[in-house]
Ligand binder design. Structure first.
Ligand SMILES: [Zn+2]
Length: 137
């Protein structure tokens, strides 16, 4: 049973642009990331850009107790700052991506929607990068 893909159908996610709470730097909270958040049971949207989140996570982690989590598929152990709601249902990003891909292959309609969303996300990122490049001139 452990290798079953997630059984519940995710809500429909769309890319959204968020702004870093401190620097106002825009960043895309992609449909894929929202999906990941949703599947991991996170309910908050990120308030900081991915780069700043990583930076802050590293800072916060210094000297703090961490919870060990184990990926339910590959058994890789990771550390998180907050105790996850369900320790038995943790995927590392690699296994999540694989499980999700398998699931999509079994559900061709969702696969098509997923690919379209991915392409749209890429286009949005390219558009934002072009905007950023222009405003630097
Ligand atoms: Zn894994």
């Amino acid at each position: 049973m452990d290798n079953q893909p997630p059984s519940s159908t995710p809500p429909k996610f769309e890319d959204i642009t968020l702004y870093d709470r401190d620097t106002n730097e825009p960043f895309i909270f992609t449909a894929k990331e929202q999906e990941f958040f949703w599947r991991q049971g996170f309910t908050n949207v990120p308030r900081y850009s991915p780069a700043r989140r990583k930076e802050m996570r590293e800072k916060r982690a210094k000297g703090k107790p961490l919870f060990n989590v184990t990926c339910k598929i590959c058994g890789r152990v990771g550390k998180v700052l907050l105790e996850p709601p369900d320790l038995k249902d943790i995927y590392c990003e690699t296994c999540f991506a694989e499980t999700w891909t398998e699931y999509l292959h079994a559900h061709p309609d969702e696969w098509a929607a997923w690919e379209a969303a991915e392409q749209e996300a890429d286009a949005k990122v390219a558009e934002l990068q072009a905007q950023a490049a222009q405003s630097e001139e």
